[in-house]
Every structure is written in C-alpha cells, then in structure tokens.
Design a protein around this ligand. Structure first.
Ligand SMILES: Cc1cc2nc3c(=O)[nH]c(=O)nc-3n(C[C@H](O)[C@H](O)[C@H](O)COP(=O)(O)OP(=O)(O)OC[C@H]3O[C@@H](n4cnc5c(N)ncnc54)[C@H](O)[C@@H]3O)c2cc1C
Length: 406
C-alpha cells in the first residue's frame, strides 16, 4: 500500500483549545495548516468546563459570541467556593461576573472549526524527524500510515503529549503524575450553591477534591498521585459531603478520569520544544491554580502561532522567538503559585484576599492552619524550595528564569 504524503506550512498536533488558538493565528496569516486529532470529532474531554474570565475574553475576541449549544447547564458559574476542614467556607465571585460552563465536546469543536484550519481527525501522531529545513511526521489513520512534511510542528496534544515524548523520551518519566476522576450522580438533595465551583482544602479527602452541578447531576471529583484507588477516594468524599454538607446523591451512573501533569507550572519547569517543533498548552506544562487550564492553553497556543509568523517574517530561529514571547504567559501562570504574588498582588481572577479579610481574626487563624495542614500532603514532591527559589528570582529580576525550560 502506498504511503500518503501531505505537505503543509504548519502541522498542529491536537485539535483542542491550544491547537485552535494556534491555528487561528496561522490561518488568519494565510498559511497552509493542518491540525491532527487522534479522536473522531466532536470528541469528549474530561473537564469541569469552568472557563476563567480571561479564557472567556479570548474565546469571544477570537472566535465570536459563544453559542448556547456549547454550554452545559447551569450555563454559567459565578465563582469558586473554598471549603476548609474547620467548616469555614469562602465563596468568591469571578472578576467581571459569571463565566460560561463549557461543554468541552462542543466548545472545542466550535473553536477548531471557527479557526478555519483543515482538521484530520482519527489521525494519531506517531513520531517526527526535524532536518532543520522541514519536519517530517509519521501519523496513522485507520491503519494507514500518513507522512506529513511541515516547516513547523506545534505539539498541542495535552498532558501525555506524544510530541513531547518524541523530542524528550525521558521527560514524562521524570515528573510526578496525578490521577483525577469524576463521578456523575443524580441529585436527591444538594445544599451546595449550584452557581459555584466547590473546592475542598482537606488533607483527609485528597490532593484535589471538587464538586459542582452539571445537567441535574452533581459531579464529585477527586485527584491523587498516580497509583491511588479512585473508588475508595471517591467513596470517602461522597460520605464526607453527605455527613458535613448534607449532600444526598444517587449512585454514580458515569465515571471519567485521566492522568494530569500537575507540577511544572508551579516550579517554572515548562517544555517548549526544540528546533522547528514547538510545544504548547498543557503539553508544555501550563496549568493554573485549581486545575484551570483552558485560558493558558488558549493564550500559549496563540503565542506559539504568533512565534512562527514572527520567525518567518524576520528570518529568526523560531525557538528563540517563542521563548521570548511565551515569557508573559509563564509569568501569568507561575505567578498564581508564587507566595509573594499571592500576598502582595492579585494573580487570580477572583479576590480571595478581600473575602478572607471579611473573616473574624479567629477564623483567619483557623483557615491559615487548615491551609498549612493541606499543603503538607504535597511535601513528598519537594516543590516548596523550588517555588521559593523561583519566587526570589522573580522578585529580583521581574521574570522567571528561562534556563529551567526544556
Ligand atoms: C477533571 C478535570 C477538570 C478540569 N477542569 C477545568 C476547568 O474547570 N477549567 C479549566 O480551565 N480547565 C480545566 N481543566 C484543565 C483543562 O481541561 C486543560 O488544561 C485544557 O484542556 C488543556 O488544553 P490543551 O489544548 O492544551 O490540551 P487538551 O485539551 O488536553 O487537548 C489535547 C488534544 O490532543 C489530542 N491528542 C493527544 N494525543 C494525540 C496524538 N498522539 N495524535 C493526535 N492528537 C492527539 C487529544 O485527543 C486532545 O484533543 C480540567 C482538567 C481535568 C482533567
């Protein structure tokens, strides 16, 4: 059987939000671009779908007003409520008002379609070779091999990025992995405010525990280091929600989960690629606090696209341009984990400090104690010193050092 050959200016791997944003920049500039997607579109994506105000602005400005078909019910989210073991709860509204509750299956398909890029779905990236003049990519569609030749490749293929693996075979083995799983349960009774995303800073429940309503069901989600037991962790949270918050749910009728590369953005260890291959979105390590990854996927994807245009126009090495331009998104993302930024600036899109300020002195002390106890469960990852070192450099130089990026 003859191999199929396709020649393009840019090949994007992954037709999700980072891929859509990159595609929009490149297609608008008149380049020939193909986006590969291993799944059949529209495809499902494990996600709470709570878009940050900045992510919302990006979508509207670049792709237009969001149609109702790409939203879940409730169609919007007012903000986040933090819950603590001491039973203090702090609701915080998003800056600028409620944001859309995206149905990722349809929002991602809407964005990639509106970018105008040619999509090859059911097509899995396998490997690449960068000659310096062009990048040759092998992919597979329905058992047939396809070879793409592109001047540039963008890896926008999410946390388990095969493009990253092709460039750095050992990288993914060197970082900690987390499992997240969410169960969908019909609501019998739920006193948790349905207008908010709820998050628990509770060391006894797990590393990442959340709940919110979607389409008359309650999502109960748990996150823990890879290797843990999802059903046990979930059962524990369900019992807690029942006993402490009066949440009564029917048994789960659906479960979804996946692995997450939580960590690189906390310690400024991003992966941006090599030669004519750029890595972007969550594949590069972008992940904001509370696992909010859509806004940074969109912005970093757009920057990857812009970097290619700038490199072509000015005949400059694309990595050099990308690393210059991406520094602004690194700052935004890593600032969210930077203790000095949290204390003296406002890196998040909801005002924790002003809500915290409304607590009594005694409640404030209790919340700080609860937070410290929660952070202790992250001690085995040894991120604390690295965060402090990056914080010090950011304070002195005004930016995070690019020498730590791959
Ligand atoms: C449980 C959970 C809840 C979350 N909740 C939120 C939230 O409420 N708000 C928020 O902002 N973020 C949330 N996130 C994070 C958010 O979903 C991601 O950060 C965001 O989708 C990253 O976008 P991306 O475009 O970089 O990658 P992805 O969305 O992961 O897309 C990667 C794409 O590449 C494709 N692909 C992968 N491998 C290949 C291959 N070899 N060949 C071809 N295609 C390939 C995939 O199929 C996929 O379509 C959540 C994540 C999880 C797991």
């Amino acid at each position: 059987m003859r191999e199929i050959e396709v020649k393009v200016d840019v090949l994007i791997v992954g037709a999700s939000l980072a891929g859509s944003a990159a595609a929009k920049r490149l297609v608008d500039a008149g380049l020939e671009v193909v986006a590969l997607e291993r799944r059949s579109l529209p495809r499902d994506k494990v996600c709470s779908g709570i878009l940050s105000p900045r992510g919302h602005r990006f979508l509207v400005e670049n792709f237009g007003t969001l149609p109702e078909e790409i939203l879940h019910n409730p169609v919007s989210c007012r903000g986040v409520t933090f819950h603590f073991p001491s039973m203090i709860s702090i609701p915080m509204d998003f800056d600028g008002g409620p944001t859309p509750h995206l149905h990722r299956k349809f929002s991602d398909y809407w964005a990639i379609t509106r970018s105008g890029v040619t999509v090859h779905d059911n097509t899995t990236f396998l490997c690449l070779e960068d000659s310096g003049r062009d990048v040759s990519v092998r992919a597979r569609r329905e058992g047939r091999e396809i070879r793409y030749h592109a001047r540039f490749v963008i890896g926008a293929d999410g946390p388990k990025s095969a493009v990253t693996r092709a460039l750095y075979p050992d990288y993914q083995k060197s970082i900690p992995w987390f499992m997240v799983g969410q169960k969908f349960q019909k609501i019998i009774e739920c006193p948790l405010d349905r207008e908010y995303f709820h998050f628990w800073f509770h060391p006894g429940l797990g590393h990442y525990t959340w709940s919110h309503e979607r389409n008359e069901q309650q999502i109960v989600g748990v996150g823990f280091p890879a290797g843990g037991n999802l059903h046990r962790a979930h059962g524990n949270v369900e019992k807690y929600l029942n006993e402490k918050h009066g949440v009564k749910l029917e048994p789960a009728d659906r479960l979804e989960g996946c692995a997450q590369n939580f960590g690189p953005s906390l310690i400024n260890r991003y992966v941006f690629g090599r030669g004519n291959v750029l890595i972007t979105g969550q594949a590069a390590g972008f992940f904001n606090m509370l696992a909010e990854g859509m806004s940074c996927a969109l912005h970093s994807g757009a920057i990857a696209g812009e970097s290619i245009l700038e490199a072509m126009q000015r005949s400059r090495p694309v990595q050099e341009v990308y690393r210059e331009l991406i520094a602004s998104e690194v700052k935004r993302c890593t600032d969210q984990w930077n203790p000095l930024q949290i204390l003296f600036s406002n890196p998040h899109e909801a005002d924790f400090k002003s809500e915290f300020g409304k607590l009594s002195r005694r409640e404030k002390i209790t919340v700080i104690r609860d937070l410290v106890n929660f952070l202790k469960i992250y001690a085995p990852f040894k991120w604390g010193r690295q965060i402090l070192a990056q914080t010090a450099i950011r304070t002195i130089l005004g930016e995070y050092p690019s020498g730590r990026w791959l």
